[in-house]
Design a protein. Sequence first.
Length: 231
Amino acid sequence: MRRGFIISGAAGRMGQEIVHLLETRRAEIIATIDHRGRGTHESIRELQIVGGGKGCVLIDFSSPTGLLECLKWCEKHRVPIVSGTTGISDRHHRALKAAAKKVPVLWSPNMSRGVNIMNEIIREFGHILGDFDVQVEEAHHKRKKDRPSGTARLLQTSLCDATGRKVPAPISIRGGGIFGIHKLWAMSESEVLTIEHTALNRKVFAEGAIEAAVWLSNKRPALYAYRDLLK
């Protein structure tokens, strides 16, 4: 089945990267949504599609408010949604779970395969860190609003779950044009272990989001994470 893509947050840095990548692959872009008037529609509420949304998937990199609007629209039209929007609250997580009862939903604070592999390493081996002191550190460009990043929060949660203990809050660095650096420090009196992921460009996140959208398009309604795709 040929898939059509709807991009929410299309004028943002991530949205532009996704649109560009889809265009180079000659994929069908049904609509671009951006509240600043730089998409085919300013609001997802304006979008009407033929065929009840069959074969469509929505990719959202907008804002917490935009995410809620997209979830409502996707529920109504039965369209799968992939979102990488960060800075969300418990209210948004509840909305994700509610929408997932009707449509396939995949939310991830990071769409990079490498970061998600790093997270799986932490989940799998965190329990053997013993008495190592641990610390998550992250660095992003100076325009990034949420601090710590959603990815750092994800890694910290996995670390807490794996070690069975409370760990320090992530250290956040903001500056320049850094796409994303995430690092786990594990430190004892005799040795230091580090696991680090560095994003070299924004394309890696766009590729991951598109891969997730294609994967999600034929799944049953449920709330998925990127780790489900890795399996």
